[in-house]
Design a binder for this molecule. Structure first.
Ligand SMILES: *Cc1c(COP(=O)(O)O)cnc(C)c1O
Length: 529
C-alpha cells in the first residue's frame, strides 16, 4: 500500500518512529490526515443529504464499467482510492437515511451511533470471549438490560446482539427447536400468519423445518393471526402424528404494522406447551412510547423476542437483538467448549469470592460466543451505548413517538383526499394506501396506475416509497382475502422526516397518479389500430 510522505507533526506528537510493520504500516501523521479526510467527507454527506436524490442506482453494466479491475499487485495512494469511492461507489446506493426515504423500513442512525461503530472498528475488539473483551462485553450486558427494560422483559432473561433481525430470528427459532423438540426437527411444525416476514421461512428452512411444516395461516380481516385458527391447526397436526412446537407472532408485521394478539397467543402457547417466538424486528421498540404500548400489550410474555436496533432505535447497520426469557436457554442451545478455547472459559471466577467482599449477586462473566453463532464478534453494543448515553431515552422516545405521529398525519391527509384511498390504518408507523383518482380510475386499472406512480417516483428520485399487495374482498381491503391489490406503502420512520416531507410525498403521488390515469384513459379510448 503506497502512502504519502508522513507529516512531521503527527510523528512528533507520538515522539517515536512507527513499529517496523513493513509495507502494511502507515506513518501516524498520515493516519491522522486520512482519518480526518474520511470523517470530513462523511459529515459533508450527512449535512448535504436533503439536497440530493433519494435514489442512487445504476445497471450492472454501468457498475462493471466503473469498478471492474484485476486485483492490484501494487498499491496506490489511499487518497486516490477514496476519490474513487466517492465517485464510483457512494453515489450508486439508495440514501436510506435521507429524510424523504419513506420506503421499506428506513434506517437513520444518530451520529453518536456512528462514532460507536468507528470506535469498535478502530479498537478491533474481539467480542467473543470475556477474556478478550471484558469492557465491551460488560457494555453489551448493560445495553441488553436497557433493551429488556424497553420491551418489558425480566432482568434475568438472556440475550445477545446480532447482525440483524434475520440472524436473531434464526437463533431464536433454534432455541425453540432445542427447548421444545430436543434439537430434532423431525415432524416439528410452526404456526404464524401469512403476514410473517420471509426471514422466518428462511430460518426454518435452515433449521430443518421445510415450508410444508410451516403453517402460514390466513390472517384475520385486520391482518392479525387468529388464535382459534392456530388452535385448530395444532390439533389437526397432533392428530396426524406431527410435533407442533412453536408459534411465531408479529409485533409489527412489515406490510401493515399489524401486531398479532399477543396475550391470547401467550395463553394458547402455555396451554399447549408451545414456544412463543415474537418477531418485533422493527416494531417492538415502539413499546417505549404511549402510542406504541397501546398496540404491544403482552409483548413481555414472549419466550423469545427479536428486535432490530438498526431500524427504529436509530443506530447504524448492523445491529439486531435476540432476547430469551428463560435464563441459560441460549447456553443450552449454543455452548460448545473446544480445547483451544479452554483459557477463555467464563462463568467460574465471579461465583467464588476473590476479593473477600462477602455475598453479592451472582454475576458470572459472559462469553458471548456461547450465546449464538459467532465466535469472532464485533462490539456492536458500543453504538447503542453511545447513542443512548449521548441523547438519553427521552430523546429516543420523542423521535419514535413523532414518527408514529407522522404516519397518523399521513392517514388523515389521505382520508381528506378524494384521489387517495387508505388501505391499512397507521399502526406502528406504517400505512398503506393507493391512488384511485377523481374521477375514479376503473378498478381493473388501479394496480397498473399505482405501479406507474412508484416507477415515476424512482425515476424522479425526490421521494422513495415502496409497494406491497394487500387482501381485497367485497370492494374493501382486508387481511386473509384470496384476491389482492397493489398498494403504496409509507413508513416515515427517519427522525429527520418532517410533516412537510410527508405532505409533499402524498402530493407527488396525486400528481403522478393523475398523469398515469390520464395515460391509461387515453390508451383505453384510443381506437384499436
Ligand atoms: C426487518 C425485519 C426482519 C429482517 O431483519 P434484518 O435486520 O433485515 O435481517 C424480520 N422481521 C421483521 C418483522 C422485519 O421488519
Amino acid at each position: 500500500m503506497a502512502t504519502r510522505s508522513s507529516s512531521p507533526e503527527g510523528e512528533g506528537k507520538l515522539g517515536r518512529e512507527p513499529d517496523p510493520g513493513g509495507p502494511l504500516e502507515i506513518p501516524p501523521g498520515e493516519m491522522r490526515r486520512l482519518a480526518r479526510l474520511v470523517a470530513d467527507a462523511v459529515v459533508e454527506r450527512w449535512c448535504g443529504l436533503r439536497e440530493r436524490s433519494v435514489v442512487g442506482t445504476a445497471s450492472r453494466r454501468e457498475m462493471e464499467g466503473r469498478l471492474r479491475e484485476p486485483l492490484p499487485y501494487h498499491g496506490r495512494p489511499i487518497e486516490e482510492i477514496l476519490g474513487r469511492f466517492w465517485e464510483d461507489v457512494e453515489p450508486f446506493a439508495g440514501r436510506i437515511d435521507h429524510p424523504r426515504f419513506l420506503a421499506f423500513i428506513p434506517g437513520s442512525p444518530t451520529f453518536a451511533s456512528l462514532l460507536g461503530d468507528w470506535l469498535a472498528a478502530g479498537c478491533n475488539f474481539f467480542q467473543g470471549t470475556w477474556l478478550e473483551s471484558a469492557g465491551p462485553s460488560q457494555v453489551e450486558l448493560v445495553v441488553l438490560d436497557w433493551l429488556k427494560g424497553c420491551v418489558g422483559f425480566p432482568r434475568e432473561s438472556d440475550g445477545l446482539l446480532t447482525s440483524g433481525g434475520s440472524a436473531a430470528n434464526l437463533l431464536g427459532l433454534a432455541v425453540a427447536r432445542e427447548e421444545r423438540l430436543g434439537g430434532d426437527p423431525a415432524g416439528g411444525t410452526v404456526y404464524a400468519s401469512d403476514q410473517t416476514h420471509t426471514a422466518v421461512d428462511r430460518a426454518l428452512r435452515i433449521l430443518g423445518i421445510p415450508g410444508a411444516r410451516f403453517r402460514r395461516l390466513p390472517s384475520g380481516p385486520d391482518w392479525r393471526l387468529e388464535p382459534e385458527a392456530v388452535a385448530r391447526a395444532v390439533a389437526e397436526d397432533r392428530a396426524a402424528g406431527l410435533r407442533p412446537f412453536c408459534v411465531v407472532a408479529n409485533a409489527g408485521a412489515t406490510n401493515t404494522g399489524a401486531v398479532d394478539p399477543l396475550p391470547e397467543l401467550a395463553d394458547l402457547c402455555r396451554r399447549e406447551g408451545l414456544w412463543l417466538h415474537v418477531d418485533g424486528a422493527y416494531g417492538a421498540i415502539a413499546r417505549i412510547t404511549v402510542r406504541g404500548r397501546a398496540h404491544l400489550a403482552g409483548l413481555e410474555r414472549a419466550d423469545s423476542l427479536v428486535l432490530d436496533p438498526h431500524k427504529w432505535l436509530y443506530v447504524g447497520y448492523e445491529c439486531g437483538c435476540l432476547l430469551v426469557r428463560e435464563p441459560d436457554a441460549l447456553l443450552r442451545s449454543f455452548r460448545v467448549l473446544p480445547d483451544y478455547l479452554q483459557d477463555a472459559e467464563a462463568g467460574g471466577r465471579a461465583a467464588a469470592d476473590p476479593d473477600g467482599a462477602g455475598p453479592r449477586p451472582r454475576a458470572p462473566e459472559v462469553n458471548f460466543a456461547d450465546r449464538g453463532l459467532q465466535l469472532t464478534r464485533q462490539a456492536r453494543a458500543l453504538k447503542l451505548w453511545l447513542s443512548f448515553k449521548a441523547h438519553g431515552l427521552s430523546a429516543v422516545i420523542a423521535a419514535v413517538d413523532r414518527t408514529q405521529h407522522l404516519a397518523e398525519v399521513a392517514a388523515r391527509r389521505i382520508g381528506e383526499s378524494p384521489a387517495l384511498q387508505l388501505a391499512s390504518p397507521p399502526t406502528l408507523g406504517i400505512l398503506c394506501f393507493r391512488y384511485v383518482g377523481d374521477p375514479a380510475v376503473p378498478e381493473a386499472e388501479r394496480d397498473a396506475v399505482n405501479e406507474a406512480v412508484i416507477r415515476g417516483m424512482v425515476e424522479e428520485g425526490r421521494f422513495m416509497l415502496s409497494s406491497t399487495r394487500l387482501g381485497w374482498e367485497g370492494g374493501a381491503f382486508r387481511g386473509g382475502a384470496a384476491e389482492s391489490r397493489y398498494v403504496i406503502r409509507l413508513c416515515p420512520m427517519n427522525y429527520r422526516t418532517t410533516e412537510a416531507d410527508v405532505g409533499a410525498a402524498l402530493a407527488e403521488v396525486e400528481r403522478l397518479g393523475a398523469t398515469a390515469a390520464e395515460r391509461s384513459d387515453s390508451s383505453r379510448t384510443r381506437p384499436a389500430s
